[in-house]
Design a binder for this molecule. Structure first.
Ligand SMILES: Cc1cc2nc3c(=O)[nH]c(=O)nc-3n(C[C@H](O)[C@H](O)[C@H](O)COP(=O)(O)O)c2cc1C
Length: 215
């Protein structure tokens, strides 16, 4: 009688885990230059998966983190996953004739902020540029380079009139907003505000990455 059990050591898929994009689904990002901004929320750990999957698919991923984000995930983690320098300050490489934020902004085919905090939504909606992530985004021309925001916060924070007003403003200003999803939150509430799963974010990136970026 044949034994259908897998060999010991064979990786097993958790049946309850969200499904990964099918093989080849990320081909569209091969060769694309993708900027990932990380801001200070618990969901930053999910962004590690997003960056890893994009890098494995052949994208050139550059990560910048706010000071708050570095309290949740070490820059070293993103450096290892992306195999590139991680920017944590607006004041790195200012000696260059082409200031860092301008060169990073112009050298990207798509930008993503995940997680995007309530505060970052407010800063972007009002055109503020006082951290490395919003400074780089301020120099991205959204007429040619899609900018995707993946908000993540407690359900009450998400429902605040100020947050909803900022999200409307950001959509009007040409930002794409992914999610948030409903479900279990790190604050031990169930509600709307948790960051979309990495698979949904990756699908959104694939859908929006410009054809000109593909290798
Ligand atoms: C433990 C902890 C968890 C937090 N999680 C979130 C979160 O999920 N979403 C959010 O919008 N803010 C969250 N905050 C608040 C932000 O970290 C805070 O507003 C910070 O100033 C955001 O800075 P940044 O947008 O520059 O990263 C959290 C704060 C703490 C202390």
């Amino acid at each position: 009688m044949s034994d259908s059990r897998p060999e010991p050591g064979t990786p097993q898929r958790d049946p309850g885990a969200p499904s990964c994009p099918a093989p080849g689904a990320l081909d569209a990002v091969r060769g694309a230059r993708i900027f990932v901004g990380v801001t200070g929320g618990i969901a930053a750990y999910k962004t590690c998966t997003v960056v890893s999957r994009l890098a494995q698919a052949g994208a050139a991923v550059t990560v910048a983190m706010t000071e708050s984000a570095t309290r949740f995930v070490q820059p070293l983690t993103f450096q290892a996953l992306s195999a590139r320098h991680v920017y944590t300050s607006a004041w790195e490489h200012v000696e260059s004739l082409d200031p860092q934020h301008i060169s990073l902004a112009t050298a990207c085919d798509l930008a993503l902020v995940a997680p995007c905090t309530m505060d970052c939504l407010a800063r972007l909606a009002t055109g503020r540029t006082d951290d490395v992530v919003t400074l780089i985004l301020s120099a991205v021309d959204r007429r040619r380079t899609p900018v995707l925001l993946a908000p993540a916060m407690n359900s009450v924070m998400w429902a605040q009139p100020s947050t909803q007003r900022n999200v409307r403003q950001l959509r009007d200003d040409g930002f794409d907003v992914i999610g948030p999803a409903s479900g279990w939150q790190a604050c031990r509430h169930v509600g709307e505000g948790r960051m979309s799963e990495p698979e949904e974010i990756l699908a959104a990136v694939v859908n929006r990455v410009p054809a000109r970026a593909r290798a």
